[in-house]
Design a binder for this molecule. Structure first.
Ligand code: NAD
Ligand code: TYD
Length: 346
């Protein structure tokens, strides 16, 4: 594998993955193909473009645009496609599910068709633990039924099913990874850890949904990247692999770790109206990937602390986003009423 197309590579996990791969595999060339939605940012790859000139290229394009996808595969002699491109935020999927179906389902189909037509050596799909739905007891294994509960999770689950259908129908050489919540550098401040961190830095309230006892497996993004790397090189074709730390904490615990790391008061915590259909707990069984020799290296608490330190040191990255009109409109739509109501109750 030498010519890799990374769709969605300008987003949070994709950009970390591209940097990691170029650093670790000197024989690999990478083309990032990305539509640059609000979540896709060339700043995420600025250092990569400078450090790996010649082995790295960027193409602006939509994964739903079959002609442009095919042209990119041909022009760059792609042999491997890794699909990170997606609409990714649950709260947004509750407001406008259509764009999730378009990109996460139809876009996945367009990429699979291209992979089939050009007989790529590998198509790898980046998926999520959310496709299993909430898991009140025990842990999700890769053989579990999919019971997605949000439009985001349902569109990702549909993408996974389409990937598996291409493997069954045409023997397309696919693999799938299902990651837990990622945290780390360059995550757009709509997801909870960067949102709470940057709010706390600015002494603004941290809006905790519901009772804050929902559980998530927060993994450091580089562990997810090594997990994908392991599946690319050692994974069995046609198989699915869970990637996470294998343990969970509550949202309120996560919130307190952020505040303590920053030396800020817990008075910034504000309980607000819950997210509709809020999944109570995700929990992954990661033994299948561990059997390939991979291990998670950063425990949840350390992952949160490292992430907080990155945001403290990199205000250049997130301040312009949070000061932008687009973000302010999103924040007002999502939180203004909630915070007002919460304040009245509190
Ligand atoms: P992100 O929102 O930060 O980035 C998504 C990227 O996809 C952006 O660069 C965006 O411009 C691009 N994109 C969106 N629509 C596109 C389209 N139609 N054509 C081309 N590019 C498009 O997302 P992320 O957090 O980096 O997630 C990446 C992948 O990992 C997604 O598939 C997501 O479902 C999955 N995942 C995320 C997490 C998490 O905690 N963030 C956990 C598990 C799995
Ligand atoms: P999020 O980062 O949106 O990831 P996901 O919903 O995909 O797991 O949210 C993580 C958890 O944090 C989830 O249980 C919802 C909760 N949350 C809040 O309590 N307040 C917030 O403002 C946000 C964005 C999330």
């Amino acid at each position: 594998m030498r010519h890799i197309m990374v769709t969605g590579g300008a987003g949070f996990i994709g950009s970390n993955f591209v940097r990691y791969m170029l650093q670790n595999y000197p024989a690999y060339n990478i083309v990032v193909y990305d539509k640059l939605t609000y979540a896709g940012r060339l700043e995420n790859l600025q250092d990569v473009a400078e450090a790996f000139e010649g082995r790295y290229a960027f193409v602006k394009g939509d994964i739903c645009d079959a002609d442009r996808v095919e042209q990119t595969i041909k022009q760059h002699r792609i042999d491997t496609l890794i699909n990170f491109a997606a609409e990714t935020h649950v709260d947004r999927s509750l407001v406008e599910p259509g764009s999730f179906i378009q990109t996460d389902v139809y876009g996945t189909y367009v990429l699979l068709e291209a992979a089939r037509k050009f007989e790529l050596e590998r198509y790898h799909q980046i998926s999520t633990d959310e496709v299993y739905g909430q898991v009140l007891d025990g842990r999700s294994t890769e053989a579990d039924h999919l019971e997605p509960r949000s439009p985001y999770a349902a569109s990702k689950a549909s993408g996974d099913l389409m990937v598996l259908a291409y493997q069954e129908s045409w023997n397309l050489p696919i693999t799938i990874t299902r990651g837990s919540n990622n945290i780390g550098p360059y995550q757009y401040p709509e997801k909870v850890v960067p949102l709470f961190t940057t709010n706390a830095i600015d002494d603004r309230p941290l809006p905790v949904y519901g009772d804050g006892k929902q559980m998530r497996d927060y993994q450091y993004v580089l562990d997810h990247c090594t997990g994908i790397d392991t599946v690319l090189h050692k994974g069995v074709l046609g198989e699915i692999y869970n990637v996470g730390t294998g343990s969970e904490i509550t949202n309120i615990e996560m919130t307190k770790i952020i505040l303590h790391t920053l030396g800020k008061s817990e008075n910034l915590i504000q309980y607000v109206e819950d997210r509709p259909g809020h999944d109570r707990r995700y929990a992954l069984d990661i033994s299948k990937l561990c059997a390939l020799g991979w291990n998670s290296t950063v425990p949840c608490e350390a992952a949160i602390e490292q992430t907080v330190h990155w945001y403290v040191a990199n205000a250049w990255w997130w301040q312009p986003i949070k000061n932008g009109e687009l973000y302010k409109a999103y924040y007002a739509q999502q939180y203004a009423q909630r915070l007002e109501k919460g304040a009245a109750v509190g």
